[in-house]
Every structure is written in C-alpha cells, then in structure tokens.
Design a protein around this ligand. Sequence first.
Ligand SMILES: [Zn+2]
Length: 913
Amino acid sequence: MHRKLLSAAVALTLAAGPFVHASAAPTRARAGAPASADTTTQLPRGVIPTHYKISLTPDAATASFGAHAVVSINVSKATNTITLNAADLKFSRVTLAPAAGGAEREALATVDADAQTATFTFAQPVAPGMYRLAMDYTGVIGTQAAGLFSLDYPGAGGKQERALYTQFENSDARRMIPSWDEPAYKASFALDVTVPDGQMAVSNMPAANTTPLPDGRKRVTFATTPKMSTYLLFFATGDFERAAAQVDGVDVGVVTRRGALPQARFALDASQAILREYNDYFGVRYPLPKLDNVAGTGRSQFFSAMENWGAIFTFEYALLLDPAISTQHDRQEIFATAAHEMAHQWFGDLVTMRWWDDLWLNEGFASWMESRTTARLHPEWNTQLGTVGTREVAMRRDSVAGTHPVVQHVETVEQANQAFDEITYSKGESVIRMLEAYVGENAWKNGVRAYMKAHAYGNTVSDDLWKQIEKAAGKPVTAIAHDFTLQPGVPLIQVGEPVCRDGNTTVPLTQAEFARDQPGKAPLAWRVPVIAQVAGNAKQATTLVSGGKGAVTVPGCGAVIVNAGQSGYYRTLYTSAGFARLAQQFSALAPIDQIGLLGDSSALGQAGLQPASSVLDLVQATPASADPAVWTRIAALLDGIHARYQEQAQGGDTTRQRRFAAFAIARLAPLMAQVGWNARPGEASTVANLREQLIVVLSDLGDAGLIAEARRRYAALATDANAVPGPLRKTVMGVVAQHADAAMWDQLHTAARNETTPLVRDQRYTLLAATQDRALALRALRLALTDEPGLTISAEMIAEVAMRYPDMAFDFAIANLAQINERVDASSRSRYLARLATGSSDPAMVNKLGAYAQANLAPTSRGDVEAAIAAIKDRIQVNAVRLPAIDAWLGENGRQVAGGLGAAQGQGGSASR
Ligand SMILES: [Zn+2]
C-alpha cells in the first residue's frame, strides 16, 4: 500500500526537518518484540482454507450485495464449530459437505460484531478431513475505501456515475468474503460477478468467460488466482476504459473511468518500463498473465494506492496526469507510486509477511525499491536527493518519546492499521538503504533474488531475509539489521577532533543516542556502519562503529564529512570547530551532503546540541548556484521556522514573525527572480520543482509581490486559458486560495461547484480549505460536512484546514464526530483526530486529546494520540526555548542579508518576472 500522498508543498515541507508546523500521520507507541515463531492469530487454529469460489452480485443502486461462497477447507482436528472472519455480513444458509461428496449438513451461524467473526455451529462434531463450506450471505457496499465500496463522480453530460471497488488491506476482505482474513492463510480464489451489461469488471486475473444474462446483466468469471493472502483480492466494476501493452508476455494495462484514459498514458508507459526492470532485478518473473492499474476518483485518509496482485488500485490524483493541473512533482509521484505498488507484486504479494509484526518487510522494501527504481529509470529527476528527506521524516518520529521498533508486535486490527506509519515505511526504507550500501549493491540484489526464490507463494519473517542477504554478502549483516529493526531510536555519531598525518585524516567517533525530548536518557547501543570523506576529495572510507566507539581514517586532509553520501541512519554531531570548517567548505560538498548537513544541523539545533541558528549559517553559506534540490530543501526549512513564529504570533505580536519573514523573503525572492514564473525550454525538472516550492513558500511568508503576481495570472485565466501553464496552475490557484478574501473565496467556490472533471474538482474543494483567513476556514469546515464536495473529499478538506488551524479543525471534528466518522475510512478512524491535532502548539490540546482518546479509543488503539501529544509538547518546548537563538542570530546577521529588516512584508518583491 502506498501511504496517502500529501500535496507537493506539504510533502516537501515535511521532508525539511523538525521545524515543521504539522506532521504526517503520527504513530502508535509500543515496546517492540521480534516476531515469534508462533504466528499471532485472532482465529482458532485447526481449520485451513485452500480455495475460495465466490459468486458475487452487487447492487450499486441499493449499496448492497448478495453472494454465494464455497470454501474448500482442511479440518485437522474434530470440532463442533468453525470460526472465520466476517464483518457486516448476514448469513442466510451455511452448509458443510465432505469434499469427496456425501451428505451435506447445515450449521447455525452466529456473528460477533466486535471480534469481526462468524461462528458456524454443527449439531455433531466435524471429523478431520477435507470439506466444502458453502455460505449464502448478503453485505453492504460502503462509501469509504474499506471492503466493497462505491465512488460517485460526475460523468459525461453531468450524469452522476457510480463505480465499485474493493480495498481489503489490512483486514477488510471480511467485509465481502467470510474468510480466514490473515496474511498467513494463503489460498487460491475463483471469483465470478454479475454486473450490468455495459460495465467493465476487473479482478486480479483476466476474465475466463463472460455470459450474457436475460435481464440485461452479464456474469463475468475470472481465472483462478495463484495462492495468495486474502488482503490482495480485488474487484471493480463501472463505466471503465482500458489501454494495454505487452511486456515480456504480460498484458500490462491501465483502467480508468470513461474519458480519462488518455491521462493514464504516462502511467502505462511507466508500468512497462518498471515491469522490465523488476523482472530482471528480482530474478523471478512476474507470475500473473496480466497487471492492471485501476484508477478511482476521490481520496482515502489512509492510502493513495494498493498493490492487489495483478490489479493495483490507485486514486486518480496519484495515477492520472491531467494537463490542466498536473505539476512536475505530480509526474514524479505517479511514477514513484507505480514503482512502489509494482515492487509489492513480488515483495508482499508473491512473498508475504507472516503477520503484521513484519509489515515493514512489505512497506520498507517497496518504499526503498520505489526510490531506487525512480532514481535509476529517471536520473534526470535527481530524486536520489530526496532520500535524505525520507530519512528526516523517519528520524523526526523516531527521536521523540513513544516511537517503536521497525519490527513491532501487533495484536489487534487497529494496531495493524496504525502500523502503516513513518517507522514502517520511511525508517524501513532508510535502514535498507544503509544495509545495501554496507554489503554492496550486487550482494544485496543476489540476497533478494535468493529470498524470492526460496519463499515464493509463502510467508516469511524478517530473519528469512537477513539469512539470504548474509549468505550472499559473506558479511555479518544480521546483527546490524537487528540493532536497527528490533530497537527504536536514532543513533548519534559524535565526531571528535581530526588528526592529519601523512596525507590521511583520522577522526574519533563516539556513538550516543539522538533522543530529542529525553535529554538525560541512557543511550541504546547500535553497530553503525559509517562512511566518511574529506570535503572535495572523492575517496571515501568505511568503518563499523561498535561498542560505542570507533574511528575512521580518510584519504586527504581538510574538513571531514561523516555520513558521506547520506546512506547512514544516524545523526552526526561535529565539534563547533569541525562544523565551522564544514560551513566554510559548504559550497564544495556534494548536494546530497549539503542536504544531509542542513537536516542534521536543524534537528541538532532544535535539540539544543548545537545553536538553533547554525542551520541559518549554512543557509547563508549556500550560493545561489547550488543545486535546485538544495534550495528546495532550504525553502522548506525556512517555511518551517516561519510557521513556528506564526504560532508564536497568535498572541498578537507579529514583530518577530515579520522579521523572520523579511529575512527569508530576502533570501528566496532573488532565487524566484532567477528561476522565473515561466519554464524555460529544456530546463531541469529540479528547477520546475524549485519554482513550485518557492511560490508556495513565498506565499506562506506573505511576499506581497509574489501574491499580487499570482492573482494577476489567475485573473488572466478568465480570458486566456494559457495565461498560466498547466504545470503551474495548481500552485497559482493555491496562492490565490490561501490569500483569498470572502469575495474571491465565493468565486473559487463557484468554480469548484461548476467543475466537471473529478480530479480537478477534488483539487478545487481542497483548496477552499487552504485559506489562511480564519472565518473562511470555518466556512470550509462547514462546507466539508455538506453533501456538496463528495464523501471522500470532506475529510481531506478538514485535514487541510488543520494544516493552519489544528485547534479549530479538531474542535470542529469533535463537535461533529458522528458525521466525521462517516467520512473517514474505517482503517483511519482511530488516527484521524490525532492527525488533525498534531500541529497544535496549544497546551490545552494535550488534555483535549486525552479526553477524546479516553472516550472513543480502546487503550490499545491510542498510540497515534500519544504520538500527537508528544509532538505538541515538543513543539511548545522548542518554540519557547530555541526560537530566541534565531532571534539573536537575525539581530546579528539579518540586517546585512535582508538589507534593512522590519519594513513592510513583501519587500523582496518577486512580481512579474
Ligand atoms: Zn506499500
């Protein structure tokens, strides 16, 4: 599953480090334990399903379905009852018959709604053996992405259309199929569906045959799947179109609502290139006859795409490239999302974690593969620089109280939902990157190939992977992997004073722990692979810091950069002299090390291990000619600090905030002038991303010139459709929406209401919630709960308001909790409110969140709330204690840079260039 994508601006800002005003989904806090040999289960053992035959008849109009399922089961010990998973299903008849033939007997069905199970009781014990369990039942079609669900959208000619899809990870197959709904119960599936004749039906496998029925419907029977986990089954039907191409004998396709197919062209091309790459990398060819990517309108608060085997589902915003609004960043995200879901076709679908404890095996690996493949197949995008951002996201979460190990024990469905977090995805990815760098690219690949071959169609735990990697590498990697996956937290490598002798430099290294909000904490111990080099010298050296101490000797004399290439999962703390030397040499460092050093100094500054202003020393040392990706990161960092000042300014005194804004504008506006509003022919994609980022950040900073220019361009669109190029339209609309007055907001609202393209319409409604005007933000909240925006956009609008007004959004959600819960998918419900609140800097929010959790969440489901509380406390502390150092720095350095601070906002003036 691909985690929910954030808007480009937010995603870039999130990757910027700790001075950030709101965070992605926070996570659950729990002590970890390695996966045990006894797989966790919520079902009695003794019955194993081997094959499901399911006949499904959905009725989209009444949002219900009827079904007949026959499950082939193996009963290993005599029992009077059979218990499986079922949620919101009603059974009319359940029978059991020996597989070899013989008398059928009827069972009494009872359901346990809380446990999400159904139990079938027989008058006489069922003896061990093979049986067929037959069930007639009905269920409901939901409006959020869990189980079988519908998405409504305006179709051609304004007619309302309804399409149906399924979403089963992690535990929602049970909403459509009574099943042993746990990843280790792999079985084959034969699905047939009865749908309206004019619709297309899609599942994991191609249709084997289609039978027209006399009533204007048809029955589509799909070929039987290979053995797989229940959460990977998929079905969709609607007024769809499909385009396809052949790759290595596989029918690769994209499926969209009618009319949107041309916008899926880029995704189809991407899928072909990625499939070729993966057939090679994994050493095991993609095993199904076809691979579709099916687009759906709207959004989920949980995910953007899902790796159903042979039938990936992706929300349109992460699959379609609409020339009317899509940005360069969108294009990269579409590619990366496809690369992620396709990596799962092997890592997750062919080989599956045994239980949710090892979810990271799926998600960390797919995230790493996504980054690797995007950088490899699109080197011109320079996305490898983004890996530092991924690591920052993980470390920010991993360095405060309540983090958890990558491998963590999961018991309940809610805990499994909450396991889809930054630690599982981003730390998992970062740790893999470090280990790959340690053993070497080829050894890693060979280990992965051996793992695929050994466990195809099976289930694994983490140690199954380490075993194969260690064998391929001939190097002890399991111990390091355990240090980083079985215990939480971020190592801190302290770099001592360098000694230069005979042309080589030796630096002593000490391992501590970077625990931001626990200054006195006794450090955990890690074996840390460290790569270092002298700035400007291409030769690197590697060492393993073990037992808390080490040293590294690198060729050359000069400023030493530790974690060169930034593959290590740790923070680096230099002496103040060492840091000053690096700051002096900053422009000579590789862009990836510049970004790494910016992230470290920002985080260390926040923790009080370095002056909080040291990151600004690096900003000052960055030449205008630095890599655009470095400037993109700097813009995000400045935006994050500015957001902190904005929080402080809510008391009324805006002096400090305006002073910082003036400094940041003075630094960024000249870059905007250099980059320009209009793309130059053949410009690098990193420049396009920088342009987008600068517009967003200068808008946040209140740059009057930039805001005026965005308004001018937006107004010109009324008479000239080309006044704003497509890739910039969303960004320009974002500035206009952010600074809208009531009249403009009404105008934007009308435009949203009249919009007929679902993708653009969703975007427009979300923008209405991006206003910085408090009264208008409240109107956006109220609008979100009407029927107008559509059931899957409401939660997104409220989350958007929470980016600026977390307290207001949270209070509003609490006051309307029942309506909110209808508009958030079940998998996200226990975390959504915590996410709204997590950007708060109001001490009162701590108690409000606690009261909400007490009243609404089971004690085992409060991890996200605990994480949000830790984030809020941390923010309050940092704002109070660390911002003064930045004030002092601005007093000393700001004037010479900004050329006169304290004047009106927007003096940087980036208008009309
Ligand atoms: Zn995934």
